[in-house]
Design a protein around this ligand. Sequence first.
Ligand code: DSN
Length: 432
Amino acid sequence: MSLPEELLRVVELTRAHNRWRRFEAINLIPSENVMSPLAEAAYMTDMMHRYAEGKPKKRYYQGLIYVDEVELLLMDLMSRLFKVKYVEPRPISGTIANAAVFRVLGKPGDKALIAPVQAGAHVSHTRFGTLGALGIEHIEMPFDQERWNVDVDKATKMIESVKPAFVTLGGSVYMFPHPTKEIAQAAHSVGVKLIHDVAHVLGLIAGGVWSNPIHEGADVITSSTHKTFPGPQGGVIMTDDEELYKEISRVIFPWFLSNHHLHRLPATAVTAVEMMVFGEEYARQIVKNSVAFAEACAEEGFKVPTEHLGFTKSHMFVIDVRNLGGGAKAATLLERANIIVNKNLLPWDPPEAVKDPSGIRLGTPEMTRLGMKEGDFKEVAKFMREVLIDGRPPEEVRKKVVEFRKNFVEVKYGFSVPEELEKELTKIPILL
Ligand code: DSN
């Protein structure tokens, strides 16, 4: 029987995507990564078809004997890896993790003090996102433009005068650690909790390159599980505070989810083990690559506005491309050359500039996982210069990018499927 035309189209689009993104394009989106072959195999299981409302061993469905064990194992692995007492692995995204914690600590009409949007607050922290949807007022702590960070003195005074329901740190343009100790002290002095959203740097924390905010005074961390921590798309909440953990666990289901997408659980567990084994080496290389890449971009003639701060301490940096036609144009031209970045607001942009902001944001997690080192990122900076500064046709540069990319196809810092298991595990069908 021949396949319906629509079906062939679906297969064709999927294959084209896989070829492009997994084998031909250089992905510099700092919030993305790829799983190891073993984690992908653990993701493609029957668990994707099942329901499990509730907590392990206290479910509303039958058929979950093994799911319960995997979920408990994952909680234990994450607790050991991040040296925290309590892990809630059910949020299906970082945004859902934030929603649950925000709602437990605040109610409609309350105020929240958040890291400045210029310092990278995630959309879910803002009036435009989850915080706004929960009816909680968004008040930004002051930003220190020189240090690209929260202004500690002014923020402390603000916490004392506003007395918010809670305070958040962390976000999506996260190059320099936010001042957890100082802000935790200020929050605790008025009797409120500090949430630190570590989505972007979870893998750097696992690798010991960034400190865990819980160990510096934050009451709870929220995160996704697929950025520098290279697991499947999902979320997690961690804390040492038993009461807070119990409250969050009571509401995550049924307030914020019904099912929690069970196939994430074994794949996240595989990734946690991988980070125990390879995390330090991987995290160190991500940051070394990020600094070398930013430095190379500056040498090639790009404006890297954090140069005076040593470029970056994380997996990402931004470039000011106002002189090159703006963020939207730069990101589109690079995409045509098979270099994938995203346009991004920079501190001086008003929120309404979101469709054509001043900057582009670049990160190293995925290409580091595929084996790139400092020298390789220098080559990427040259490709970018050819497209954006020299004005060479992107399609010409793309040919060189595709050739160069052939050297980086194997996932490092992770496990393959052992031969003896290969026959038994369902392999992810990457259609090529
Ligand atoms: N929007 C994502 C990012 O790219 O940073 C985080 O959820």
